[in-house]
Design a protein around this ligand. Sequence first.
Ligand code: HEC
Ligand code: HEC
Ligand code: HEC
Length: 78
Amino acid sequence: MKYLATLATTLLFAGSAAAFDCTDCHETIDLTMHTESEATLATCADCHGIDEAHTIDMEMHTPELTITECADCHAMEK
Ligand code: HEC
Ligand code: HEC
Ligand code: HEC
């Protein structure tokens, strides 16, 4: 649970700024591979348990967003 508390604190800190960097916590995301598999927000959950770890605000995001659009706002590569 300590890890989750740390995670919550990190998200709170990030909350005041704009979008945060995915790479703060994740390995570099392979955008080429994800583009080839035509990943959009609607399909992330087909391959990942993204909903279990993150609650994505659907007033700010649409299901059609592609992975390269994600990367415009969230740093996904180091
Ligand atoms: C137009 C800019 C923009 C785009 C494009 C965008 N996001 Fe976001 N996203 C944000 C902002 C702003 C927040 C809120 C940041 C905060 O709460 O600190 C956010 C929050 C999130 C969160 C955090 C939810 C949480 O609190 O744990 C996740 C995960 C996320 N986005 C994933 C994605 C994914 C996946 C995509 C592409 C399908 C995407 N975003 C595209 C701007 C964007
Ligand atoms: C504050 C740390 C943190 C940030 C920032 C963060 N994540 Fe996560 N994410 C986690 C944790 C913790 C998990 C659950 C453990 C795991 O599966 O790695 C997770 C899980 C995920 C998963 C499911 C993993 C899987 O393979 O099933 C996806 C997909 C994901 N995050 C995407 C994102 C995206 C996209 C962003 C940037 C918008 C982001 N995360 C930013 C901490 C973070
Ligand atoms: C066709 C299946 C597929 C789809 C759809 C997909 N991914 Fe992935 N993703 C993978 C594979 C395979 C990897 C590399 C292996 C791994 O680390 O799980 C990966 C790796 C990742 C990672 C880095 C590894 C980690 O867990 O830290 C993140 C973050 C991620 N994907 C986010 C997303 C997001 C956001 C979406 C939706 C826009 C998405 N993925 C859609 C298959 C997929």
